[in-house]
Design a protein around this ligand. Structure first.
Ligand SMILES: Cc1ncc(COP(=O)(O)O)c(C=O)c1O
Length: 462
């Protein structure tokens, strides 16, 4: 392996080259530049790079091994030893919030992800890489590659009923970036507050505040957002999850959809449609289309690959009216130069070959069977509890009997190795609805779901 290490040595110094190399490596370890486990270049390679005799490097490495800074690993060269690493300043990685010793993690996104279509993705990525097109390595257009926007326009029209064209789409780094850009544009237009669903995503409320836009909670009932409550405010923008409300799972009823669009038209308002798990639907019968189709001039439709594929891709898209799209792109130009090209091209391939559809069919079938296991276990073991909303998405809302102590249930379950998330965190205002759990079920085996519900029942019965 031809490793390189940036070592600084001064030739006409009183300090020997060996001592300089030793001193440099020691100080880099102490300062955290050389991390525990880092493999160093071979003595031959480093000597060559520094234009010194090999014996100089051999001696320096040997001394550091003797002092316990480095270790020579048979067949794997020389490495920095583990225990000398400077204290890590790297923030906790995603997933680091895993609770140690937990057997069943029912928190949404808590216990890992449903299957990623590795083979298809690899094939699509390879095709993109092999295409040899110079554009594969060029900076992408700010709105996204033409190839992906063309495929997305077709896919969104076909699968979600979105009324858009490639020209009205922008590829973004997940919904988070899209929402950040929307906040920037709204702020510049003097819009300082946005309506959000309550209960809703707690992270999104924080995110909005951090972006300088005040989230104003609006009630949600079994028909979705209470649009009458929205109309009673002077808000000019609202963020909704109409297909599968987060976290309750309910779908915005048709009359509410029409009422919401009417509100937007009458008040010059903007609706942001967060279709975060739009392709994940396994309820039999009618699958709701995107709200955006009712008023493409009033709704920004936002989609993401975070639920259907993986959040680590950081891939999302916005379908917006032309003038707003221009503003969003101008806002974006202040922050970065676009979304990584090869990932976009691979995703375009996935769409073109119908491979995303095939993946979603499999995911839906598995998630459906797991939700069914949850519903059955709840019916058998948790009388008085229910799972409202259609069979969709990667999570379910488990409404508990009215007098359940939600907090005690969450902590009691954790003591029994079952991690669950209480619904309380999703509420911005004192809650009016029943205690609940937000259950991520799509990544767990059916047996695990049944066992976890049995534990919940035991904790509740105490
Ligand atoms: C309600 C909601 N919206 C959007 C997203 C997706 O966000 P992003 O695309 O930034 O990963 C999630 C993902 O967890 C979500 O729960």
């Amino acid at each position: 392996m031809s490793l390189h290490m940036a070592v600084e040595v001064v030739r006409d110094s009183e300090i020997s080259l060996t001592a300089q190399i030793q001193g440099f490596i020691k100080s880099e370890i102490a300062a955290g530049g050389l991390h525990a486990g880092t493999r160093l270049p071979s003595s031959r390679r480093l000597a060559d790079d520094l234009d010194v005799s090999r014996s100089v490097v051999v001696e320096a490495y040997g001394q550091l091994v003797a002092e316990g800074y480095l270790e020579a690993v048979q067949g794997a060269g020389t490495r920095v030893v583990g225990h000398l690493a400077a204290e890590s300043v790297v923030p906790a990685l995603p997933g680091a919030d895993r609770v140690p010793g937990v057997r069943w993690d029912l928190r949404p996104g808590g216990g890992g992800l449903p299957d990623f279509p590795r083979r298809d993705w690899l094939a699509c990525y390879e095709r993109a890489l092999r295409s040899g097109a110079p554009s594969a390595h060029a900076c992408p257009p700010l709105a996204g590659t033409d190839a992906l926007r063309l495929e997305l326009a077709q896919y969104l029209g076909r699968a979600r009923g979105v009324r858009t064209t490639a020209e009205r789409l922008a590829v973004v780094g997940g919904f988070a970036q899209g929402l950040g850009l929307l906040c920037g544009v709204l702020r510049r237009q003097g819009v300082g507050a946005i309506g959000v669903e309550d209960p809703g995503h707690p992270g999104q409320r924080r995110f909005l505040r951090d972006c300088g836009v005040r989230p104003l909670p609006l009630p949600v009932d079994e028909a979705g957002l209470d649009v009458t409550a929205l109309a009673a405010t002077d808000l000019r923008a609202v963020l909704v999850t109409p297909t599968h409300q987060y976290p309750t799972g309910v779908t915005l009823r048709d009359d509410r959809r029409e009422q919401l669009v009417r509100w937007a038209r009458e008040t010059d308002g903007l609706i942001i449609e967060d279709d975060y798990d739009g392709g994940l639907w396994y309820e039999r019968g009618r699958r709701p289309s995107a709200l955006q189709r009712l008023a493409p001039e009033r709704v920004v439709y936002a989609g993401t690959a975070s639920k259907s594929l993986a959040p680590g891709l950081r891939l999302g898209w916005l379908a917006a009216p032309p003038e707003l799209l221009d503003r969003l792109l101008r806002e974006r130009a202040r922050h970065d130069l676009g979304t990584e090209t090869l990932t976009q091209l691979a995703f375009a391939e996935l769409l073109r070959g119908g491979l995303l559809d095939r993946h979603l069919r499999r995911l839906n079938s598995r998630a459906g069977s797991r939700r069914q296991a949850l519903v059955e276990a709840v019916r058998r073991q948790l009388p008085g509890a229910e799972v409202p909303g259609p069979a969709a998405g990667l999570h379910a809302y488990l409404r508990l009997p009215p007098h359940t102590d939600e907090e005690a249930l969450v902590s009691g379950a954790l003591r029994r190795s079952v991690a669950v998330r209480g619904g309380a965190a999703c509420h911005a205002r004192p809650r009016r609805d029943a205690p609940a759990l937000v259950v991520g079920h799509a990544h767990l085996p059916r047996s695990g779901i049944t066992e976890a519900v049995r534990v919940l029942a035991e904790v509740m019965s105490r």
